[in-house]
Design a protein around this ligand. Structure first.
Ligand code: AMP
Length: 249
C-alpha cells in the first residue's frame, strides 16, 4: 500500500507531496479527472486512489473550503470573491479557478500521477486544462464519470459529515465514524459542510446540470470518458474503478 504524506493541510499554498511507495498496478501512473454530480462519492474514491495508487489529489472545492479559515487580511480579493460564490453554492468564475490550479502545477507534475476532483467544472476550464497539460507535455489517461440516480445523491449529501480539521469525510449511514459526530483520524467534532445544506444542494445540482454535464460530452469526443457506476460501498466502487481503468483499450 502506498505511504503518502497527507498533503491536505498544504493545499492552500500548493501541495507538498512526497511519493515514497507505489502499489504495483498493471497500468499507471494515472493522470485522471473525476466527474460526477456533488455527492456521488468522488472525494472518497479520490482518497482511496491517493492512498493506494500514489496519485496526487487536487480538489479545488477543498482548497476553497480551506480558504475560509484564513483571516480577512490573508485573503486576496479574488479568493474572498470565490468564497462568496461558494457559500451560495454557485460556481466560482473560471479565471479564479484557473489561477488557483496554475499555482499548483507541482501537483500536475507529480511522478505518481494526479487526480483532479471538482476541476474542470466547465468546458472552458477543460479546454484550459488541455492547454496547460500540453504545455507540460502531459496527457490525461482517462476521465472517470461517476453515475448515480438523483434521489440517492440527495440522501448521500444530507448525511455527509466532514472533519473541519483534517478534511476526512464520513456519512451517518454508509461510512459512520466510530464515535458519532467525532472524527476517527483526529478526534475533532464533525461538521455539516455549509454547501451540503438543502438550499445550497439545490443550487449546486442546477449548476452541475448546466455547466458540468456538457463536460462528459467534451471528454467522450476525446475518447477519454470512462463511465463508472457510483452505487454500492466505497470499496466496491473503488474495485470497479480500477478494473475499468485497467480494462481500457
Ligand atoms: P466541491 O467540493 O467540488 O463540490 O466544490 C464546492 C464548491 O467550490 C462549488 O460548489 C463551487 O462553488 C466551488 N468550486 C470548486 N471547484 C470549482 C471549479 N472547478 N469551478 C468553479 N467552482 C468551483
Amino acid at each position: 500500500m502506498a505511504i503518502i504524506q497527507r498533503n491536505q493541510a498544504h493545499w492552500l499554498k500548493g501541495p507538498a507531496v512526497t511519493r515514497q511507495d507505489l502499489r504495483a498496478t498493471a497500468r499507471g501512473p494515472y493522470r485522471l479527472v473525476l466527474l460526477g454530480a456533488p455527492g456521488v462519492g468522488k472525494g472518497t474514491q479520490a482518497e482511496l486512489m491517493n492512498e493506494r495508487l500514489g496519485v496526487c489529489h487536487l480538489s479545488t472545492g477543498d482548497v476553497f473550503r480551506a480558504a475560509k479559515d484564513l483571516s480577512a487580511a490573508e485573503l486576496t480579493p479574488a479568493l474572498q470573491e470565490a468564497l462568496d460564490y461558494m457559500r451560495r453554492g454557485e460556481l466560482v468564475p473560471d479565471s479564479t479557478v484557473l489561477a488557483l490550479v496554475r499555482e499548483r502545477m507541482r501537483c500536475l507534475r507529480c511522478p505518481g500521477g494526479f487526480l483532479l476532483d471538482g476541476f474542470p467544472r466547465t468546458v472552458p476550464q477543460a479546454e484550459a486544462l488541455t492547454e496547460l497539460l500540453r504545455s507540460e507535455r502531459l496527457q490525461l489517461d482517462a476521465v472517470l464519470d461517476y453515475e448515480m440516480p438523483i434521489e440517492q445523491i440527495v440522501a448521500r449529501l444530507s448525511g455527509r459529515r466532514t472533519c473541519p480539521n483534517c478534511r476526512a469525510v464520513f456519512h451517518v449511514t454508509t461510512r459512520p465514524p466510530k464515535v458519532a459526530e467525532v472524527c476517527d483520524n483526529c478526534g475533532s467534532p464533525l461538521a455539516i459542510r455549509e454547501d451540503d445544506r438543502p438550499a445550497s444542494i439545490r443550487v449546486r445540482m442546477a449548476a452541475y446540470e448546466k455547466s458540468t454535464a456538457p463536460l462528459s460530452e467534451y471528454y467522450r469526443k476525446l475518447g477519454l470518458l470512462v463511465q463508472v457506476s457510483a452505487e454500492g460501498a466505497p470499496e466496491e466502487i473503488y474495485q470497479r474503478t480500477v478494473q475499468a481503468l485497467e480494462e481500457r483499450p
